[in-house]
Design a protein around this ligand. Structure first.
Ligand SMILES: NC(=O)c1ccc[n+]([C@@H]2O[C@H](COP(=O)([O-])OP(=O)(O)OC[C@H]3O[C@@H](n4cnc5c(N)ncnc54)[C@H](OP(=O)(O)O)[C@@H]3O)[C@@H](O)[C@H]2O)c1
Length: 314
């Protein structure tokens, strides 16, 4: 069954790392028109070559204005990044629900919503026992959609992707830390939660590939949390991969949840330390066999291939 009709209008909000990576995949779908919602149109005019139109959207605008804008679209995909103020995710979800009601009153099809949940399994992480209120809000958005979306004329799909591949190797994340260059380079791989603990990682372009198949109707996605995994690795495997690719021994350091909590206690507002505590817990790993990309046999970038690319640049 295809959910997109010849005149499907899709609103993609945000043209950052993820939104930009999704665009070519979504815009290559037949019978769909993509409108990119950005705060400043002038910054993004080069994207018009991808056969998309641009519209000015600021999610800080008043709710009635946003709801009536969203109601013009059949599909709304949110890619507005991690850095959002408290309440922003719930505000957007409520505006989309209101847009669904407006469409229902006009006799239009249900609106299809992809909230900004391109990450871990927030049903499992919750707010990390108070460490991550943002993750708690993500869980609350799921509960809101489960409770109210059907009646409001909204169907929803959450695509869990784990962390972005680029994030795994960021120096500030501290999981694969490189010091120095060339022969002299020293690499430390750190396990968040222990060597048997794992993490799912997906390249943003692969998220685009999978999302396009979902939007095309190739997946049973209605009111569901779906899983994607470009790769899913235990930290012991990650250390082995980095060692193999670097061609030399790496230092291995396990950061237990207790250690990470003690580190967070020293600077309780440090956002990276908060993330590390949550990542040492459950909800950040699932087997590849459970994923949409596995079921649809969509090839994805794996950690070893990405590590070769990143480490060759050092
Ligand atoms: N699973 C993960 O690992 C995961 C998931 C999500 C995000 N992230 C992290 O987030 C970053 C990339 O994710 P991303 O592409 O979603 O975020 P991003 O690169 O930060 O881009 C965010 C986009 O949202 C727009 N935006 C922000 N506030 C807005 C508002 N109030 N109204 C309208 N638009 C607004 C920004 O517009 P302007 O251009 O106008 O600023 C920008 O286009 C990386 O740092 C990534 O590591 C990671």
């Amino acid at each position: 069954m295809s959910w997109v009709s010849p005149s499907t209008q899709l609103l993609l909000i945000g043209a950052g790392e993820l939104g930009t990576a999704l665009l070519p995949h979504l815009s290559s779908l037949p019978n769909i028109h993509i409108c990119l919602g950005v705060r400043q149109i002038a910054k993004h005019t080069q994207l018009a070559s991808l056969n998309v139109s641009l519209t000015a959207i600021d999610l800080d605008a008043p709710s009635p204005q946003l709801s009536s804008t969203f109601a013009k679209y059949d599909v709304v995909v949110s890619c507005t990044g991690f850095v959002q103020s408290a309440g922003a995710m719930s505000k957007l979800a409520n505006e989309v629900l209101e847009a669904g009601r407006l469409r229902r009153d006009e006799g239009k099809e249900r609106l299809w919503f992809f909230p900004w949940q391109w990450g871990v399994d927030y049903d499992v992480t919750g707010d990390g026992d108070g460490v991550m209120p943002l993750f708690g809000e993500q869980r609350d958005v799921r509960e809101l959609l489960r409770k109210e979306a059907a009646q409001a004329g909204v169907k929803w799909t959450i695509v869990s992707t784990g962390i972005f591949m680029s994030f795994l190797f960021e120096q500030f994340w501290g999981v694969v830390e490189r010091k120095g260059e060339g022969e002299q380079q020293e690499i430390t791989v750190r396990a968040l939660g222990g060597w048997d603990h794992g993490v799912v990682v997906t390249d943003v372009s692969d998220i685009g590939r999978v999302l396009a198949r979902i939007v095309a109707g190739d997946v049973d996605a209605e009111d569901k949390v779906l899983y994607v995994a470009g790769d899913s690795v235990k930290y012991s495997q990650l250390a082995d991969i980095v060692e193999r690719v670097a061609g030399k021994e790496v230092q291995r350091e396990a950061w237990t949840e207790e250690h990470l909590r003690a580190e967070l206690a020293k600077t309780p507002e440090d956002p990276i330390k908060k993330y590390r505590v949550v990542f040492a817990r459950n909800g950040v790993f699932w087997e590849k066999e459970r994923t949409v990309n596995y079921q649809l046999k969509i090839p994805t970038l794996d950690v070893e291939t990405y590590a070769k690319e990143i480490l060759s640049k050092d």
